[in-house]
Design a protein around this ligand. Structure first.
Ligand code: B16
Ligand code: MG
Length: 221
């Protein structure tokens, strides 16, 4: 696929790109694992990033060799989500990661559209807490999709809501499953995190404080 077209929209993953809720997810899953009698290591957690709540729970239960009925799974997922919601309830605009607001301002001034494409059903709450709603042309969260990343549905819906073609969009993602989702949808992808983890991306940056419009435009060449 040719990726030489002009960039007209940026779609941002939320957890781990705009805010560091990835850490809160980890804390809550680890707490659940501990309740169930085992531990969750950071490298095991890495695989759960970007994956929906119920799929993440299935992975966790598999790691702990635990079987559960549907009803029990629902209870466990609710437990995790209640802890997680507790952690995020204190979030404020100061919790936005470095470089995010400057970059969103720069995109807005350049008339590049901005969307959030998150697997999280808590995305609207987080957006409200950190007050970034004014920058968004679309917000697609976990309640609006049926197929999780690496399926591209979340990003395709964001593009559609902005009236954009996939080839007009660049996705920013911290999860391997998210980079795959962007690629599966025919979009360019910028990995946010470690090069080693996200090597399938067109470019990898440590955080949004390492990107600006000029650098973004290098993906057009
Ligand atoms: P919730 P993202 C994802 O958000 C997280 O990376 C992933 O760890 C989480 O399980 C998923 O959201 C579902 O979140 O339980 O809040 O619905 O990275 O796609 O913004
Ligand atoms: Mg993420």
């Amino acid at each position: 696929m040719s990726h030489s077209s002009e960039i007209q929209a940026c779609i941002f993953d939320l957890d781990g790109v705009i805010v560091d809720t990835a850490n809160f997810h980890y804390k809550a899953w680890k707490r659940l694992a501990n309740e169930l009698g085992f531990d969750l290591l950071p490298e095991q957690n890495e695989k759960m990033k970007g994956i929906s709540r119920m799929e993440s729970l299935d992975m966790l239960l598999e790691m702990g060799n635990i079987e559960a009925t549907r009803k029990e799974k629902k209870q466990l997922a609710d437990m995790k989500n209640n802890w997680y919601r507790d952690y995020i309830s204190e979030m404020q605009p100061q919790d936005i990661l470095p470089g995010v607001l400057d970059f969103l301002e720069e995109l807005t001034e350049a008339h590049i559209l901005v969307a959030i494409g998150s697997a999280s059903k808590n995305a609207p709450t987080i957006v409200r807490q950190v007050q970034i709603g004014r920058y968004l042309d679309a917000l697609i969260d976990g309640s609006k999709v049926t197929k999780g990343k690496p399926n591209p549905e979340v990003f395709l819906k964001a593009a559609e809501e902005m009236g954009m073609e996939p080839a007009d969009c660049v996705v920013f993602e911290d999860a391997r499953s998210g980079i795959e989702a962007a690629k599966n949808g025919g979009m360019r992808a910028i990995g946010v995190g470690s090069e080693q983890m996200l090597h399938q991306a067109d470019m990898v940056i440590p955080g949004l404080d390492h990107i600006n419009l000029e650098k973004l435009r290098t993906l057009e060449k």
